[in-house]
Write a new protein. Structure first.
Length: 412
């Protein structure tokens, strides 16, 4: 099977997020399929940007299309999207002649790539798949306060309806989207849920040693007799790190060190807040390579993941970092109110209400007061849950099974 995968923000373990397209594509390549990944040369979620052009990584052909750099979510990002999509359209006929795709996947978080993917699929006579990461335009409306009448929101809404109408298969990472998608015209027989997951390869061997500054921060906390609580990953408003810092203020006199490892739009402001409030037991550290994440998580007593209290999460959540937390066997403090809760389902930690600093502080106290054996048992339950339900070999096959089901005569 020849698969053409459009994902504006696709990354690799060496470049940084987002990882899902890479891991799915690698499993498909291992199963004997050909995969062409089309992504932009600049993405705000990557730690390092690739050079424009074509390269092959682990058997996946990556086409990095030139796209301008930007900061934040303003006009610069809109221009970046427009340049990328124009580049896809300009190269469509050449790709179809050279690659002859059987499946074209639109998977760029924003839904406007459906028009480019549809054009490619029609030229090739290929199956069209729409992969949903977040529900746009609802996500920018409910998370960022964008007006439903904003031109960008209207454009997203139009593209969303086109995608549900014209796609042969709709793959959603979010598990509770059925009613919403049906209300926008989706025939639910097209829908399959394929959540995020982990790659067993990343956990098969001992991870590389932690970067010295991170290892030193952990060692200093241990030497002081502190428990170590960590957060790894993006630092944006949806990650609710202000709530964690509010909780840190309540824990100021207690033997707890908080380590925040990552980067993002809110990083500079959060670091300034740590200094201004003299939160001496809270430390920010730059992002670490993905290969070191297991070592960092295994060094923690508790891993934190938080969310804003917003209605959009009624459709469910599918965070990559939570899968890593659980696979590491780390008990999790989960601050959330959503349509699903993997931590509660697995019995892998404690769940508290979102945007509630007192509840977060109390949740940490409760976890840290447990005997180490009970915390280890939580971690083991989390690992077993991920291994059973959320490994990329399983998820990649589920994805392609949905494609074959939609067109069995052509994709057998």
């Amino acid at each position: 099977m020849n698969i053409l995968y459009l994902n504006h923000y696709a990354g690799t373990p060496a470049l940084g997020m987002e990882y899902r397209p890479y891991y799915l594509a690698r499993e498909w390549v291992r199963a004997g399929h050909r995969v062409q990944m089309v992504a932009a040369s600049f993405s705000h979620v990557r730690a390092r940007q690739p050079a424009s052009g074509r390269e092959v990584i682990d058997g996946i052909t990556f086409d990095w299309l030139p796209a301008p750099a930007y900061r934040g979510n303003g006009l610069g990002r809109v221009r970046n999207i427009a340049v990328f999509l124009a580049g896809v359209m300009a190269r469509a006929r050449g790709w179809v002649r050279a690659q002859r795709p059987d499946v074209v996947i639109a998977s760029s978080t924003y839904p406007m790539d459906i028009w480019a993917a549809r054009h490619l699929a029609r030229l090739a006579g290929a199956l069209l798949v729409f992969e949903v990461h977040d529900l746009w335009p609802l996500s920018p409306i409910e998370l960022s306060g964008m007006s439903p009448r904003h031109p960008f929101a209207l454009l997203c809404g139009w593209a969303e309806k086109v995608a549900y109408r014209d796609a042969d298969v709709v793959v959603s990472m979010l598990p509770k989207v059925h009613d919403h998608m049906a209300s926008r015209g989706l025939d639910l027989r097209k829908l399959v849920i394929v959540p995020n997951g982990i790659s067993p390869d990343d956990w098969a061997t001992d991870p590389p040693a932690l970067r010295p500054d991170v290892a030193a921060a952990v060692a200093t906390a241990r030497a002081a007799g502190h428990a170590v609580v960590g957060h790894a990953g993006s630092m944006g408003l949806p990650n609710a790190l202000d709530t964690l810092l509010d909780a840190a203020g309540r824990l100021r006199q207690e033997p707890v060190t908080l380590l925040l490892v990552g980067d993002g739009h809110e990083r500079e402001r959060l670091v300034q807040r740590i200094a201004r409030e003299q939160l001496a037991h809270v430390h920010w550290l730059p992002p670490i390579p993905k290969a070191q994440v297991p070592a960092f998580l295994r060094a923690l007593d508790v891993a934190y993941i938080g969310w804003q209290r917003v209605p959009i999460y009624r459709f469910g959540i599918a965070p990559n970092k939570l899968m890593d937390y659980m696979m590491a066997g780390c008990p999790v403090l989960h601050s959330v109110e959503a349509g699903n809760d993997p931590v509660a389902e697995a019995g892998a930690g404690v769940t508290v209400p979102p945007e509630d600093a007192a509840a977060v502080a109390d949740g940490l106290r409760r976890l840290l007061a447990l005997p180490a054996e009970q915390r280890r048992a939580m971690g083991e339950r989390g690992r077993a849950f991920v291994q059973a339900e959320h490994t990329y070999p399983v998820l990649a096959e589920r994805f392609l099974a949905a494609c074959r089901g939609a067109r069995p005569e052509a994709l057998a």
